[in-house]
Each structure stands twice: as C-alpha cells, then as structure tokens.
Design a protein around this ligand. Sequence first.
Ligand SMILES: Nc1nc2c(c(=O)[nH]1)N[C@@H](CN(C=O)c1ccc(C(=O)N[C@@H](CCC(=O)O)C(=O)O)cc1)CN2
Ligand SMILES: [Mg+2]
Length: 288
Amino acid sequence: MTANLIDGKKIAAETRKNLQIEVNQLVEAGVKPGLAVILVGDNQASRTYVTNKQKSCKAIGIESILIELPDYVTENELLNQIEELNNRDDIHGILVQLPLPKHISETKVIETISSEKDVDGFHPVNIGKMMTGQDTFFPCTPFGILEMLKYEGISISGKHAVIVGRSNIVGKPMGQLLLNENATVTYCHSKTKDLASYTREADILVAAIGKAKMITSEYVKEGATVIDVGMNRDENGKLCGDVDFADVSDQAGFITPVPGGVGPMTITMLLYNTVKSAKNKINHRNLK
Ligand SMILES: Nc1nc2c(c(=O)[nH]1)N[C@@H](CN(C=O)c1ccc(C(=O)N[C@@H](CCC(=O)O)C(=O)O)cc1)CN2
Ligand SMILES: [Mg+2]
C-alpha cells in the first residue's frame, strides 16, 4: 500500500487565499491587520522563519513589523518592548520568536504578551481556554495539523491519537486539540518504555521527537495517519523529519512530507490568528 500524501503547501495556499479575502474586508472596514515579530539574537534558523513570516504576511496584505534585538538585550528591555506593542492600536498580533537566549525567561516573556494579541497561542490564559474547550488562539503547529486532518476528511472522533513528544508548543497542545475533537489521546515521550507498543496502536500518529527518521514502519499500524513535525538533517545534511518517509509510506494510509507538510501550515495558522485578532477588535468596537 502507498500512503496518500498530505500536501501542506497546497492546503496552506488555499487557506491563505481565503484569508486574503478576509484581510481585504477588514481593510475596507478600516482595520489593517498588523503583526509585530520580535527576533532576539542571530540564530540563523530563527531568522529564516521570521523572514518567512514577514513575507507571508505581506503576500496577503497583513502589515508586519520586525523588531530585532541583540542577544545581549536584557530581559527588562524585552519586556518593555512587548508592553509598548501591547498598547499599540495598529498591532493585533505579537510574537517573540523562540528559542530565546538563556538569560531571558520564556515564561515571563510569554506572560507579558497581552493574551488578546498572543497569536502564537502560548499565553497561559489562551492555553487554559483551549483546555476548557473555549474559542481562542490555538498554537500554530498543532492547529495547522488539525486543519490538515479536517481538510483531508480524516475522522478524529473515537480514534486513537498517539503523540510522541510533550513540548509546550507542539506535543501538549496537539493532544488537547485532538481530545477536544473526541479522540482518545496517548502521550509518549523520551521516558516512555517500549514506544512501538503504543505507536503501533495509533490511528493518528504525531511524531514531534527531534530525531531524524526515527519512526520506521515497525512503529506504524497499517493504514494509520502519520504526521511528521520533525525538522532534522540526515546523514547527507538534507532536511528530513522524525519519520522515515520512504519506509513508512508503504505502511501508512496518510502521511505528511518534510519539507512541505506541517511547516507551511504553521505559518498559515499564524496568519489566521492575526486576522482573527483584527476581527475581534472590530467586534469589540461594534459592541461599544
Ligand atoms: N514564537 C514561535 N517560535 C517558534 C515556533 C512558533 O510557532 N512560534 N515554531 C518553531 C519554528 N517555526 C516557526 O516559528 C517554523 C519552523 C518551520 C517552518 C517551515 O515551514 N518549515 C519548512 C522547511 C523549512 C526549511 O527548508 O528549512 C517545511 O517544513 O516545509 C515554519 C515555521 C520554533 N519556534
Ligand atoms: Mg520530548
């Protein structure tokens, strides 16, 4: 059996087209959605992602500003910068690119971003809303994965979803979003014993481990949906995921590639959240 490919680039392009229509409507109503991106230090990968976010905003008419700070910036200086953006009427979304230098507390930074502008969906208020099934900003990577599953018509309710990885930005919220859709969710991680005994039971397997090509066909049930969140380099320096794509393709029912799977949807959902925030603002204004 050869798995169906879930084409993240294609789904992202379609979603962005629809978002562009919404941006045009917002602009006509007098609100141009605005995103502020803060980049601290000079991590090359982070810079690439941030550049991509800027370009993607521009392509659909979202105003985006980039604030670059040196890696020696103090925590207080960064927090003050965020406060300033919290108070700006033209900025609807704020994100601080992660990871941050060691001397800065990610928790403090995330908690300083106004929960109403937290388009990454990392603020504890938004995490709490997500956990209690309320509408809010959802973290972009798991949100993008959910959208891909829905786009492909893959049913979630009653299915067994196994998440490998428990990071705050991918694994934990992924499980919660799938639980909200009535999946039965199992979390696995680096301390899980006999990992394959869990993953082989998965109808939906999400790999967010950080180890190149670790998930081979022995980890996968025939016909399962396999979502690859990994971004690694293989022995030849080529970008690859956590899933051994060639091997698992023969076993899975659906599979995402790397690159061109989850990544493009991550940035798309950031655009979605920014548009949502601008719409929230109009709704507030109309209620006044
Ligand atoms: N504040 C945040 N920081 C980080 C997040 C985040 O959502 N918010 N996620 C990651 C990085 N990330 C976005 O920021 C991200 C990573 C990768 C991609 C992507 O499109 N990848 C491409 C491949 C790119 C390449 O060729 O190198 C793909 O998978 O096709 C998008 C976003 C950590 N930090
Ligand atoms: Mg882990």
